[in-house]
Design a protein around this ligand. Structure first.
Ligand SMILES: *Cc1c(COP(=O)(O)O)cnc(C)c1O
Length: 343
């Protein structure tokens, strides 16, 4: 099976598993797991933040961050394709009692003007917008990278308007590798930021949320409330440290493989592939007589190629467990499937 459905589909490598097996452990909930503490220090340094918190998932990073940043009845602004809005079962509304308002976006990105346009003057009648969320890279926007200039512009606007800025950095390291900017550069214009270790970084468990010491101290309470406080979590943290040490630079391979994949699919008649493909995620569509996204997905499965379908949009993602050879096979399969459609 050539599994292009997500970069979460990677299996931990033998070296990563060995590191995890031999990890020194303590009690994460009590703050005495040395491997977790080492990961937190390393990640806080990488992100240029004072403190960090280990959480089981990226979803819980968003849940805890929104809870810590806001009070019930406030508004958070997100782009219309944001993971926090579309894929987290309404957790922000349930756990934090916030209104989630969307900004129109392209590739998941919006302008400073869109932020301004969304706001009503603060008054005793309107719910105050107090948090702006950005996604770097943007998942449903097709792995798009905010440039530092774009991110700085929306962040400065948000702060002028008395909003905090939270970055869902599930794939921040893909943005770092693609742009050449450091993780700290991007994080500097955000109050809080988190990294997911289970996406392109290839670890099996874990995400880290970072911010000021005061913010993280308050966030720790919600981590516990939501059931995210763990015990001998150093086993998981060891995989995350291994990923930071060995799996960051190689994200460039995933990006190069994605260029091969997108380039190959562009040559296939009937597939609509965007020109802009920044990192390791591609959304594309099918436009041909007798073929649609659902049929294409099913036919590709016959060729052992797996992807994700969101209505008419199809997603392919490159990662650690997909080789250049497999990319070529997937492109060839797409050509054969679409040739059938044209007949
Ligand atoms: C995967 C993802 C999440 C959630 O992370 P999990 O570790 O799967 O809970 C949040 N935001 C974005 C952009 C993601 O891609």
């Amino acid at each position: 099976m050539i599994n292009l459905s997500s970069d979460t589909q990677t299996k931990p490598t033998a070296e990563m598993r060995a590191t995890m097996m031999n990890a020194e452990v303590g009690d994460e909930q009590a703050g005495t797991d040395p491997t977790v503490n080492a990961l937190l220090e390393k990640t806080a340094d990488l992100l240029g933040k004072e403190a960090a918190l280990f959480l089981p998932t990226g979803t819980m990073c968003n849940l805890v961050a929104v809870k810590t940043h806001t009070r019930p009845g406030q508004t958070i602004l997100v782009d219309h394709l944001a993971h926090v809005l579309r894929m987290e079962t309404g957790g922000a509304a349930l756990a934090s009692g916030v209104i989630v308002e969307t900004l129109p976006s392209e590739f998941g990105q919006f302008t400073a003007q869109a932020v301004k346009d969304a706001l009503w003057p603060r008054s005793n009648y309107s719910p105050p917008a107090t948090l702006l969320c950005v996604e770097q890279t943007h998942n449903f926007g097709g792995g798009s990278v905010w440039t530092l200039e774009e991110l700085t512009a929306v962040s400065e606007t948000a702060r002028d308007l008395e909003m905090a800025v939270h970055m869902d950095g599930a794939r921040l390291m893909n943005a770092v590798v693609a742009s050449g900017n450091s993780a700290a550069d991007f994080s500097a214009v955000c109050d809080t930021v988190w990294l997911d270790f289970t996406k392109g970084l290839g670890a099996p468990i874990g995400a880290v949320l970072a911010g000021t010491a005061d913010f993280i101290n308050r966030a720790r309470r919600y981590k516990h409330m939501f059931g995210g406080a763990m015990r001998q979590a150093g086993i998981a943290a060891a995989g995350c440290i291994y990923a930071l040490d060995h799996h960051v630079d190689r994200l460039a391979e995933d990006h190069a493989n994605m260029q091969l994949l997108a380039g190959g699919l562009r040559q296939v008649p009937g597939l609509i592939v965007p020109d802009r493909v920044d990192t390791n995620i591609l959304f594309f569509e099918v436009a041909a007589e007798g073929m649609d996204a659902a049929l294409f997905e099913a036919a590709m499965r016959e060729y052992d190629v797996q992807m994700v379908r969101l209505g008419e949009r199809l997603r392919m993602v490159t990662h650690l467990d997909v080789s250049q050879q497999e990319i070529a096979e997937a492109v060839a399969a797409a050509g054969e499937v679409m040739a059938l459609a044209a007949v």
